[in-house]
Design a protein around this ligand. Structure first.
Ligand code: NAD
Length: 500
């Protein structure tokens, strides 16, 4: 008897979405639409969706404002908010397969990675469902005898959320779940490449029982819709994830009414391999560190610092593993790397490869678009490695956001730390060594918001949703996830009571 392999499922196609404003699904007032095509095969039209105007954005903001001011959500019993969040988590788990396929279709990430993202998304909703019942302030009673102080925590108000395309479901949820838990209302604008899973979240949150106007989804140009959200005086807080450049523009716009802001921005994270590391684990972890989501990850380990004495051995092992990686259709469960998100991103990656060659870094693997084998209609790029890179080069300092690794040799722990810190970014870092003293010394001295020891991107077991995440330096402002991730959606009020 012969067993045939199951056919690879096809990408999702033909979805049609509308804006979600005040509990209603509506077209853009201009009637204009945008489309998203499958990055692995642009013949496939994944979805069409509205291109919102400033007027549409204002309507969504007004709906969120009215919902907040009515108290229908902010003043509802905490149990009601917790129940809604728990139902959302459950629905996401029930619809796991379909959501993962939709996510893989809009981003172009392998369906296995999309499954991980959907799982983590459900986990985050569940985590903040629990915390919704545990929001509390403090009482001060021992400073003087005839007075009492109360410190209250209150929702910040209307929150504008702007998200990028690389983890559209998870990064939206890092903001949505704590904001809803505290009683805020929301207008969210997803990236134009990846609106689909945010629309699905809109459906799921509405069906779970969020009152009308509490959660609004608006799609369209970042310069129009995003900028309006950031500058509107009716929005109390902006939670943004995206590039440092757009983050600066959001910050300027948010100054209009001195909005609270949190920014999760870019990175160029150092991943340091010492000679005494378990090299096999370091190779596999570093591979995941750079090629997850085709390198389009803010915390990607894009600067791989390798101690000179094991450099040649490590690079050989690493290159062999890269050679064995299946690159192809994201819908195929065996695929380890899919295309990049867009033609624009493909051009950016190519431009950086050229810059690396111009600066005389040693290109030891890849460097070209990947074609043939049915990949010609997608945005595929070869996994690429530059060796013997000088940390001052453009390819070591700027975020490429593609499958391009720069390897930088070093000879002492002090030199490794110096190179690691010589960056405008400070999002994440990793260190591989069997000497815990060396690892902790490095972890203490690196200026980055997250440090992994003997792992990379470890999110599921330790991290999402419990450990705060965010950047030092130009990688951002504030922390998402954990208790700190909820703090960002609350105001603090002090009440001083004189006792007679
Ligand atoms: P981007 O900055 O181009 O866009 C992010 C969002 O901002 C999109 O929704 C976009 O439409 C919107 N936008 C664009 N112009 C705007 C404007 N003038 N005003 C308001 N909004 C505007 O980023 P991207 O290309 O979608 O994502 C990649 C970037 O995101 C990378 O730099 C990456 O490092 C960063 N990122 C950071 C994290 C993190 O947690 N630190 C996570 C993921 C991605």
């Amino acid at each position: 008897m012969t067993t045939e392999a199951a056919p690879t499922p096809s990408a999702v196609s033909g979805k049609e979405y509308q804006l979600l404003i005040n509990g209603e699904w509506v077209p853009a007032s201009s009637g204009e639409t945008l489309e998203r095509r499958y990055p692995a095969n642009t013949d496939v039209l994944v979805a069409t969706f509205p291109s919102a105007t400033v007027e549409d954005t204002d309507k969504a903001i007004a709906a969120a404002r009215a919902a907040f001011d009515s108290g229908s959500w902010a003043k509802a019993p905490a149990r009601q908010r917790a129940d809604v969040l728990r139902k959302v988590a459950q629905t996401i788990r029930d619809e796991m397969q379909d959501l993962a396929r939709l996510l893989a279709s809009e981003v172009g990430k392998p369906v296995s990675e999309a499954g991980m993202e959907v799982t983590l998304t459900a986990d985050v909703f569940e985590y903040y469902a629990g915390l919704a019942m545990n929001i509390k302030g403090q009482a001060i009673s021992n400073i003087v005898d005839d007075a009492l102080g109360l410190i209250l925590k209150e929702p910040v108000g209307v929150v504008g959320i702007i998200t990028p395309w690389n983890f559209p479901m998870l990064l939206a949820t890092w903001k949505i779940a704590p904001a809803l838990a505290t009683g805020c209302t929301i207008v969210i604008k997803p990236a134009t490449y990846t609106p689909c899973t945010t629309f699905e979240l809109g459906r799921i949150i509405t069906e779970a029982g969020a009152p009308k106007g509490v959660f609004n989804v608006i799609t369209g140009s970042g310069k129009i819709v995003g900028d309006r959200l950031a500058s509107s005086i009716d929005v109390d807080k902006i939670a943004f994830t995206g590039s440092t450049e757009v983050g600066q523009s959001v910050m300027r716009a948010a100054a209009s009414n001195v909005k609270k802001i949190s920014l999760e921005l870019g990175g160029k994270s150092p991943n340091i391999v010492f000679a005494d590391a378990n090299l096999q684990s370091a190779v596999i972890g570093s591979l995941f560190g750079i090629y997850l989501n085709a390198g389009q990850v803010c915390q990607a380990g894009s600067r791989l610092l390798v101690e000179e004495s094991v450099h040649d051995q490590f690079v050989e092992m690493f290159s062999n593993f890269v050679g064995g990686m299946k690159i192809g259709d994201p819908m195929d469960p065996a695929t380890r790397m899919g295309p990049v998100v867009s033609d624009e991103q493909l051009n950016t990656v190519e431009t950086y490869v050229k810059a690396g060659q111009d600066e005389k870094a040693s290109l030891i693997l890849g460097g070209n678009r990947k074609t043939g084998d049915g990949l010609d209609k997608g945005y595929f790029f070869e996994p690429t490695i530059f060796d013997k890179v000088d940390n001052r080069m453009k390819i070591a300092q700027e975020e490429i956001f593609g499958p391009v690794l720069t390897i930088i040799p070093f000879s002492t722990p002090q030199e490794a730390l110096k190179i690691a810190n010589e960056s405008m970014y400070g999002l994440a870092a990793a260190v591989w060594t069997q000497d815990i003293d060396k690892a902790l010394k490095f972890a203490k001295n690196i200026r980055a918001g997250t440090v992994w020891i003997n792992s990379y991107h470890t999110a599921g077991a330790l991290g999402v949703p419990v450990m705060p995440f965010g950047g030092y330096k130009q990688s951002g402002i504030g922390r998402e996830l954990g208790l700190e991730g909820m703090e960002m959606f609350m105001e603090t009020k002090s009440i001083a009571i004189k006792l007679n």
